[in-house]
Design a protein around this ligand. Structure first.
Ligand code: CP
Length: 303
């Protein structure tokens, strides 16, 4: 039993549905002025890789739940600059007894091992290319909010699935919640080892999909896999989401992108005006689901 949220290996459908209900209830009952007024403790928000949405929404969620967020988001000015390891940094901060940690880090950090040595719960806020469970959860709760049950729903991922931790978390989540996943991506940005439906042609894929999750081309990770040597020519033409392509999506369909967006590469700005785009709804729901995760952890419930 773990109170940490690193992946969905031990997560049940029942606990997810309870989490979604909590998140949707947080949203229904939200007012700007009604926060938890009593400070219940501190949390360590440790971002060893860049972030805007995840970091800011965890800070907001903490504030709304009476948790004081202590943020470390730069090597500069910390002992990391002096050569202290991330592992040692986390161990030392754990000794200051935060209620929980929120950690974003690269693949080179042994996050799962660290979690095993700590008594403090850890929420994975994006771990290299491995997992980004809270992003997958905010996607899923947004689909639930729009559709209800996700069983049998068809979710298409377009683009750089090879370097996407969000995609990795959705592969796990889809097995629990019962939605179907397909991929449309150039060969450079996908692995053939995955057992899911592949589409070569985006128009055909759009006809199949009920939700489309467009992924960012993760240029910063390409040097690790050699993909930059095979940079995809005419990416926007073949795989970019534009208003013409979006016409193929069902009227009840939804368009998602986790952000940040490379406009003109994987997505034209114009498509965000379409009523099926829920890109900013995702950001809004990101706070409510993270609040719900914090509430579960503080009450000792597993996710
Ligand atoms: N989607 C997401 O994780 O965004 P940030 O990198 O800005 O946190």
């Amino acid at each position: 039993m773990s109170y940490s949220l690193i992946d969905f290996a031990k997560t049940s459908k029942k606990s997810l549905l309870s989490l979604f209900e909590q998140s949707l209830s947080n949203k229904r009952n939200f007012t700007q002025s009604k926060f938890v007024s009593k400070m219940v403790g501190t949390a360590g928000l440790l971002f060893f890789e860049p972030s805007t949405r995840t970091r800011f929404s965890f800070q907001t969620a903490c504030a709304r739940q009476g948790v004081h967020p202590l943020v470390l988001d730069s090597y500069e000015g910390t002992s990391l600059e002096k050569g202290e390891s991330i592992e040692d940094t986390i161990l030392n901060l754990a000794a200051m007894k935060p209620l929980f940690f929120v950690i974003r880090c690269s693949d080179t950090v042994s996050l799962a091992e660290i979690v095993g040595t700590l008594k403090v719960p850890v929420i994975n806020a994006g771990w290299g290319v491995k997992a980004h469970p809270t992003q997958a959860l905010l996607d899923a709760v947004t689909l639930v909010e729009n559709w209800g049950d996700l069983s049998g729903k068809k979710v298409l991922f377009v683009g750089d699935v090879l370097h996407s931790r969000v995609f990795g978390s959705h592969l796990e989540l889809a097995k629990i919640l019962g939605y179907e996943i397909a991929v449309c991506a150039p060969s450079e940005y996908r692995s053939n080892e995955l057992s899911c439906t592949y589409f070569d042609d985006l128009d055909t894929a759009m006809d199949w999909a009920e939700a489309v999750i467009v992924l960012r081309v993760q240029n910063e990770r390409h040097h690790q896999s050699g993909a930059d040597q095979n940079r995809v020519n005419n990416y926007a033409e073949k795989y970019g989401m534009n208003t013409l392509r979006l016409k193929r999506l069902k009227q009840s369909g939804l368009l998602l992108h986790p952000g940040p967006i490379n406009y003109g590469v994987e997505l034209e700005k114009e498509v965000l005006k379409d009523s099926r785009s829920v890109v900013l709804q995702l950001v809004e729901n990101g706070v409510f689901i993270r609040e719900a995760i914090i509430q579960k952890i503080l009450s000792g419930e597993t996710i």
